[in-house]
Design a protein around this ligand. Structure first.
Ligand code: PLP
Length: 503
């Protein structure tokens, strides 16, 4: 692949130099044409992976004149779901499904069904939703140190981790604008913080000041301290971060932010419903929530280790005053007095009912039990990965296994392909190139961890025996990770999204 050759030759360019070279290259028609041909080739490979039903299942690009029978519709849904189910149900997918027991899924679906038509925007019609939402927030806050806080820990139920993060960042931006007159807001955070913060900065016009991490994913605290300016409106840490599953030194980071007079957000989208129980079980969980005085907000995903169905998360704030900056009101609209606490207007009350049902049905005991099984499975896999000499574990993590190659000439993305051939779905990460596997209840089923380890050993051996094979997605990952021209990678991602929306 030509793009791959370019990456290898020009990998030494600094990001700024690469951007300049790329701008110049893009102005040359022959180069532009060549790039487009290469994109088309890469996208074609990706399309094959993305559209397995093309030509095999009936397609409905237009509304049928006469609706299909409900039986036919449900049959189609069941057929597709049955094809997709074995992979995640058997525990072959990293993260994604955190519980997934069929009986439990029916219970969540039943809770959703009972409130299927409801919308919390109409609090007068469905006061039950309002009650459930308030209880979800209170339960989450109390798992995360509300009992230790002089100020009340308050919050809102959102549609997922990304929305919780978007809202927290918007809140800090608006507070700083109102109280300090800051018009060029900045947020300080490690490079490992979730991309949702990039999205928040993009949507709401903030600048992110990113801090490097060391080879074990620990943020550079000196760089962190130096990154604050008079425009800083918030700082962020993760508990844990998505890429490597490590918990940032929240106590130190929040203390520094507090001294600088800036709020601190702990992103516990992943950790909120497992770390408190892991700590009870004796695992080394450093302070990360409202027990730390400088922590002023948090994101906590009920739809991950909270075992709710997809579509809910909680954003929390220390004090009602801070939460007020999140709210939206419109007092002059002819449609009436309008107010909305989160991003969406209408919201699916069924998801709130299912989330509430999950929390109440699990109870402390359910979460503790689940945490124990997940921690044990992770420990077992991590120990085995440590013994594979061609791999290097990245960071200390309680429920995520991230590993790269121990040598530069070993292509870790080929291991991902070899694992994919055995049915596994791992996440391919970059900077540094590595793979990651988030352990959920799916992986605590008997035999899953052993099969993972066995298949990983075999995959590593296969890659060593045939280092040059170029099928699968490894070349695409490799190229996307190393290409100095990030505008090209950006184009490719946009092209990928176009492909996703093709019927
Ligand atoms: C640490 C962390 N923060 C935020 C998010 C974003 O959550 P969501 O995908 O629910 O929007 C994730 C998702 O994996 C995450 O791992």
């Amino acid at each position: 692949m030509n793009i791959e050759k370019i990456s290898k030759k020009l990998g030494w360019l600094s990001p700024a130099m690469a951007a300049t070279v790329e701008t110049v290259l893009r102005r040359i028609p022959a180069v532009r044409k060549k790039m487009e041909t290469e994109y088309a080739e890469v996208l074609k490979t990706l399309e094959q992976h993305l559209k397995p039903y093309k030509g095999k299942e009936p397609s409905y690009p237009l509304l049928p004149e006469e609706g299909l029978s409900k039986e036919a519709v449900l049959d189609t849904l069941k057929r597709l779901a049955e094809k997709e189910k074995p992979k995640w149900q058997k525990g072959l997918v990293s993260g994604a499904v955190y519980h997934g027991d069929p009986e439990y899924d029916n219970f969540l679906a039943e809770a959703y069904r009972i409130y299927v038509q409801s919308n919390p925007l109409h609090a007068d019609v469905w006061p039950g939703l309002n009650k459930m939402e308030a209880e979800i927030i209170s339960i989450t806050a109390h798992l995360l140190g509300a009992g230790d806080s002089k100020e009340p820990i308050v919050g809102a139920v959102t549609s997922g981790g990304t929305e919780s993060i978007l809202l927290a960042i918007k809140t800090y931006r608006d507070k700083a604008r109102r109280e300090k007159g800051i018009t060029q807001p900045e947020v300080v955070l490690p490079v490992t913080a979730h991309a949702a913060f990039d999205k928040a900065a993009h949507y709401f016009g903030l600048r992110l000041v990113k801090i490097p991490v060391d080879k074990n994913s620990v943020p550079d605290l000196r760089a962190y301290r130096r990154a604050f300016s008079s425009n800083t409106v918030a700082a962020v840490g993760s508990a844990p971060n998505f890429p490597h599953g490590t918990i940032d030194p929240i106590e130190d980071m929040a203390r520094i932010a507090r001294r600088k007079g800036v709020g601190f957000h702990t992103d516990a989208c992943l950790g909120a419903f497992i770390l408190p129980f892991a700590r009870e079980l004796g695992a080394p969980v450093p302070p990360f929530h409202f027990e730390v005085p400088g922590v002023t907000s948090m994101s906590a995903d009920t739809h991950k280790y909270g075992y709710a169905s997809k579509g809910t998360s909680v954003v929390l704030y220390r004090g009602e005053e801070l939460r007020r900056y999140q709210y939206f009101t419109a007092t002059e609209w002819p449609g009436g007095l309008y107010f909305s606490p989160t991003m969406a207007g209408s919201r699916p009350g069924g998801l709130i009912a299912a989330c509430w049902a999950a929390l109440i049905a699990q109870g402390q005991k359910g979460y503790r039990h689940a945490a124990a099984a997940i921690l044990e499975t992770t420990r077992k896999i991590r120990e085995a990965v440590q013994e594979i000499h061609d791999l290097r574990l990245i960071g200390e993590s309680l429920f995520i296994i991230t590993f790269g190659a121990a040598r530069e000439d070993f292509n870790i993305y080929r291991v991902m392909d070899a694992m994919a051939q055995k049915g596994w779905s791992l996440n391919g990460l970059h900077r540094p190139p590595c793979l990651h596997f988030t352990v959920t209840l799916r992986h605590t089923q008997p035999g899953v961890a052993d099969k993972f380890v066995e298949d990983l050993r075999t995959s590593v051996r296969e890659v060593k025996e045939m280092p040059q094979a170029a099928d699968g997605l490894a070349p695409v990952y490799g190229m996307a990770a190393s290409l100095p021209f990030r505008g090209m990678v950006d184009d490719l991602l946009r092209g990928y999204m176009d492909v996703m929306y093709k019927v």
